[in-house]
Design a protein around this ligand. Sequence first.
Ligand code: BG6
Length: 489
Amino acid sequence: MTTTLTSATHTFPQGFLWGGAFAAHQMEGAWDEGGKGLSVTDISALRKDVPIEKRMQGELTRAQIRHAIDNAEGYVFPKRWGIDFYHTYASDLALLGREGLGLSALRTSINWARIFPNGDDEQPCEEGLAFYDRLIDAMVAQGMEPFMTVSHYEMPMNLALSYGGWHNRRTIDFFCRYCQVLFDRYHDRVKHWILINQINMVAHEGFNHLGVPLDETSDPLSARYQALHNEMVGCALATKYAHETYPDLQIGVMEYADLAYPATAAPDDVMATYRRNQMELLPADVLVQGRYPGYALRFFEDRGITVVAEDGDLEALATHTADFVCFSYYLTQVCNAESAAQEQGGHDTFQNPLLEANPWGWAIDPVGLRWTLNVFWDRYHKPLYIVENGCGYLEEPGEDGIVHDPYRVRYFRDHIAQMREAVADGVDVRGYFAWGAMDIVSASSCEMSKRYGFIHVDQDDWGHGSGTRTPKESYAWMQRVIKSNGTEL
Ligand code: BG6
């Protein structure tokens, strides 16, 4: 008996999930309805007065946070109204699910501040829980498997201001309690849980991800890595509860896939880029492999970063590891020895001169997706899901009222084709989720005009417009892709 060694398949497996992905704070609106508390992202302000590539919410000190809360009239906070999905979800899901686009899965987050308005409340908010009951039921009714994110920049503000966010170990308990409430309530309908959105974005996202004000300590870098450590322990303990209580739940670790190419073949550039990429993979390494890798300990030592593990932390990380790995994929970057020597935080890489970019400077690199999939598969050998992919464009409807978006079709065609190459490479990728399948407010810049969707939402950066949803030209194309399980591109 002989076996010819050849690639197993060049098509997507049966049951491959075609999904859309969102986050509560970018679409729900209703920021002060349903018993919801203030979350850290509710003070993310629109900044149209600064250059397009600098509109990302920066780090905030306690005084700046208070100022934003107290002087709200001077600011515009588009995430507070989102696209009003809190009220329109039923008709929106009909456009996305089996009656419309045909998605077989949908990822969104549960807004932490809807369930525990202050984070440290004795009891969860029943109105918040009931909203997600209705939402999840509606997703299932539309034939979409729910993938729920537990924490996607929606930490209750009180945890940031009264405790210093994840820098404080008490947040581990508050987070675990929150996870338990969610698992207990939704375990019958939600099998896939992503605990933290883009957990590796530590250098860029001290406040809106970790809830750590910039001046929480005099050593912000140590504070962030300590906060990441606490967050990972929180993930391990939540995974323990899920595995012991509901063995069929799948708990995922999610990364922002942010791999960089070395700028040259100079060994110093290659080594520096390799190191930099290792640090980007740190949380998945810890949460899948169950231990801190040596390169991270060396990174801490070289930079004078202090991270303390309490008794039991390392055992928890070693024992309660993730079931699947998922990532967002938008771009690749370039790194060299000089840039890597900068503190991580956007300065350790630069743009690839060989690639086109969107107006916000995000490079378009379909081959990079195949590379990323192979890197994640070789490293983790866990089921993979691409839980965000897409590109933000500036666009307007034509005279016929329809957005004609051949660039979006090209973008998705090229990326899906490269994902199919990765399948032929032997990568076990089980689902692909298009970011913002319907236009929503941008996470980084709070703009509505950075549009990702197959469905146009008639609303501008200031919240003006009818809110009408209209499928774009790419909608029908994507419908065919999904129906053909990715064979008709
Ligand atoms: C990811 C986030 O970083 O990128 C999403 O998980 C975000 O929340 C997406 O929306 C795209 O970024 P942006 O800033 O263009 O909305």
